[in-house]
Design a protein around this ligand. Structure first.
Ligand SMILES: [Ca+2]
Length: 479
């Protein structure tokens, strides 16, 4: 049985683009397997070169595509478990077949996606080096977040946050400010406008969720705003304050808002700052700081900004905050859900010696300030690790490394070199690593030279981007 895959949508124009790509790699088509049916699907194409990939969609839609292409297609399973159809017939065949299948062209109801790919990589491979390619002409000063901002399917508009307090939309290569919160946001090294996430129902409710640092008193703010119906702008006056967290120091604000596959809002909060967690927030379940929290904002209102989900791990525990989902975090600087597995991945910034990657489980204790990365912190040796979840990966501050920037598990289609791998970087050294999400082993260095990496971005197709201070946004592409 085919697993359900994420639906991505395509307009007819994109089909033509893909066909153009197919033409450019036509010489590679002969290397694609020419046999295979749905019933006898191989694990994956190992031939190295696949010119065109169809990706579904529903089983019915994929099977329809399979019937259309049975003479020249081969079924394959990508590392994320999604099935793909590799088509080896010519561009005219593709065009005719899809015109027959979708006479009205591709629309928002078309769940089969056509993507171009130059090769197919067997699952279970370790990640391999990639390249970076600048997108758009704009240089960003202090970008902290980038993500899809579409009201309609197929819209490729994306948003970018500048730490100082502005939200931008980039549509057809043109960047415009769509929200200016500079008068509400405190900017310092680690304070500022730190995260934004469109609501899971953004296409209908136009809500966006925003997290920033503010002053008088020093605090962080989680607020809901509403996008205008008829333009890209976000209404400044639409703010609904959902959560304000007092902050004792100007550093370690954490800051990533992510909606889980369960529809809940997850927010990473740092330990409050200074150094060494002087207030002991990380291990204190009664404190919001040093945590990843999970709240239900689906019915947010001024009277009741959020609900604590009844299945949160510490609901009903004496002295614990019900919002807590996981604890022992120092400064989770960027976290994300794996769109295929639903796992929550985080980069947690170290004190002065070790950075770490965590796969965050419900109720897990990630160690701070008993441990820093894979080492004891308090005490500096012989610490009690009972009940602590060790990081999936850790690295020290050699080679001028200083601070982790967590990224995403790559589930796009254009860069098979990193299929199914979690991507992260060091802010100072500019090194970018990948580690297999299904079987984390030794991280693989996949790129160097991109300094001041503040964040990673993602687009509607799951393609990844690197955000650096004073640089254009750069897409991760094949080498
Ligand atoms: Ca830890």
């Amino acid at each position: 049985m085919l697993p359900a895959t994420r639906t991505a949508r395509l307009r007819f124009g994109a089909l033509l683009v893909a066909l153009a790509i197919a033409f450019s790699v036509e010489d590679a088509w002969a290397q694609v397997p020419t046999a295979g049916t749905f019933a006898s699907a191989p694990a994956y194409s190992t031939s190295g070169q696949a010119a065109v990939v169809f990706r579904g969609g529903t089983v019915d839609q994929l099977e329809a595509a399979a019937r259309l292409t049975s003479a020249g297609g081969v079924w394959a399973q990508s590392p994320n478990g999604a099935f793909q159809l590799l088509v080896v017939d010519g561009p005219a065949f593709l065009r005719d077949a899809f015109k027959a299948q979708f006479p009205a062209g591709f629309s928002s109801s078309t769940a089969v996606t056509l993507v171009a790919a130059r090769s197919a990589v067997p699952p279970g491979n370790d990640p391999r080096p990639i390249a970076l390619r600048s997108v758009g002409g704009k240089t960003w000063s202090q970008p902290t977040e980038m993500g899809p901002y579409p009201l309609t399917p197929g819209d490729t508009t994306y948003f970018v946050l500048e730490q100082a307090g502005t939200v931008w939309a980039v549509q057809n290569g043109t960047a415009t400010t769509i929200l200016d919160l500079r008068d509400r946001v405190t900017l310092s090294s680690e304070e500022g406008l730190l995260s934004m996430a469109p609501d899971p129902e953004f296409a209908t409710n136009r809500y966006v969720w925003i997290y920033y640092a503010a002053a008088n008193p020093r605090r962080t703010v989680l607020a809901r705003f509403t996008r205008n119906a008829n333009d890209l702008a976000i209404n400044r006056d639409s703010a609904l304050i959902v959560l304000e967290t007092p902050q004792p120091f100007p550093n370690h604000k954490g800051g990533a808002i992510r909606f889980g596959p369960d529809g809940m809002l997850y927010l990473g909060l740092g330990d409050g700052g200074s150094g060494g967690d002087p207030n002991g927030n990380g291990q204190n379940l009664g404190a919001m700081l040093g945590k990843i929290i999970r709240i239900d904002v689906r019915a947010a209102s001024a009277a009741q900004p959020y609900l604590v989900p009844g299945d949160n791990p510490f609901v009903g525990s004496a002295g614990a905050r019900g919002e807590v989902y996981a604890y022992g975090l120092r400064n989770p600087w960027r976290m994300s859900f794996d769109s295929a597995s639903g796992a929550l991945w985080a980069g947690d910034v170290g004190q002065g010696a070790v950075e770490e990657v965590d796969v965050v489980q419900r109720g897990g204790n990630y160690g701070w300030n008993i441990t820093e990365g894979d080492r004891c912190y308090k005490p500096s040796s012989g610490c009690n690790r009972a009940g602590l979840t060790a990081p999936v990966a850790a690295y020290d501050h050699s080679n001028s490394r200083c601070s982790i920037t967590g990224g995403f598990v790559y589930r796009g289609t254009l860069v098979p070199e990193i299929a199914g791998a979690y991507i992260y970087a060091d802010y100072c050294s500019g090194e970018i690593w990948a580690i297999r999400a299904d079987a984390p082993g030794t991280p693989v260095l996949i790129a160097t030279g991109a300094k001041q990496i503040t964040s990673f971005g993602i687009d509607a197709n799951g393609e990844l981007y690197v955000l650096s201070q004073g640089q254009p946004i750069r897409q991760i592409v094949r080498p």
